[in-house]
Design a protein around this ligand. Structure first.
Ligand code: ADE
Length: 280
């Protein structure tokens, strides 16, 4: 069975508590996932446990110190970092298993990088945009470490130096600025973990996700058939799977065109699709 180890280094360990709940808690319970959370202040060297300092060149805010981050990332890469092991929040569970680091199927070896190194993800609004394709790729990893920066960021030499022990990616979850990387870690971890085989009950449910085929997903309906004067579209009762699939595809195409038209530039469209979109 595949196993993913996540380690998160942060000055706010309690922010990562949601990783114990719901689907991720279940993955921990099943032995598919294990999560270690490490308080960066454990690597601070002065009496005040300071982790940041004023920026060279002046300007607002503080920059996180390389002498604190460097050893923290060394120890987490080596598996020698002290930290809190997150247990599942599910009530009926005794103990998560975190001892079966199963082999993975390679992962994508990007140019010149050792594919056996752990992946270091550094959330920052200045990073490359995180996408569903990244989540699919990273769901095949066996060890991912997250470095949560706060304030104005981490001294850039930390990222440069970490490339000796990690495959490093600076990633953004969107064009807005959060206070720190913790919430971005929750977002990225959830997107990755739900794609690990065995975590979601229904395999098809992520093959049909929005973005998986480059389109947004269309609307869904459940019982009752009529509610507050609003009826479920008739075609869904036809029992004709081809017709239902075509209708769903049309809805996805039309919603994408209305909400995110730029996605259609890269989606694979056939003649029937183009006709629905009025692009024939
Ligand atoms: N840290 C602060 N803002 C962020 C963003 N948009 N994405 C990732 N990390 C962040």
């Amino acid at each position: 069975m595949r196993h993913l180890r996540l380690d998160v280094v942060t000055i706010f360990p309690e922010y990562l508590e949601p990783l114990r709940h719901a689907l991720l808690g279940k993955a921990i319970e099943q032995g598919i996932l294990s999560v270690g959370v490490h308080d960066l202040r454990g690597w601070a060297t002065d009496v005040h446990k300071s982790v940041d300092d004023t920026p060279y060149g002046g300007g607002p805010g503080m920059v996180m110190k390389p002498e604190v981050w460097g050893p923290a990332l060394d120890d987490v890469a080596a598996g020698t970092a002290p930290g809190q092991e997150l247990t599942t929040s599910l009530p009926h569970v005794d103990k998560p298993r975190h001892d079966d680091l199963a082999g993975v199927d390679g992962g994508a070896a990007e140019s010149g990088e050792d594919p056996d190194l752990p992946l270091l993800l550094v959330p920052t609004p200045a990073g490359t945009p995180f996408t569903q394709a990244d989540a699919q790729e990273w769901a095949k990893e066996e060890h991912i470490v997250f470095a949560c920066g706060r304030y104005e960021g981490i001294d850039q030499r930390v990222v440069a130096d970490a490339a000796n022990r990690y495959r490093v990616r600076e990633v953004s979850i969107g064009d807005y600025v959060l206070i720190g990387g913790e919430v971005a870690v929750l977002v990225i971890a959830e997107a990755i973990v739900r794609l690990i085989p065995g975590v979601l009950g229904n395999r098809r449910s992520h093959e049909e996700d929005s973005f998986s085929d480059g389109l947004l997903e269309g609307p869904s309906y459940t019982k009752p058939r009529s509610w507050r004067g609003l009826d479920v579209p008739e075609v869904l009762f036809s029992g004709n799977h081809a017709k239902v699939d075509r209708w769903r595809r049309d809805q996805a195409l039309l919603r994408t065109q209305a909400v995110r038209p730029e996605l259609l530039d890269t989606a694979v469209l056939d003649a029937a699709d183009r006709k629905v979109l009025g692009r024939e």
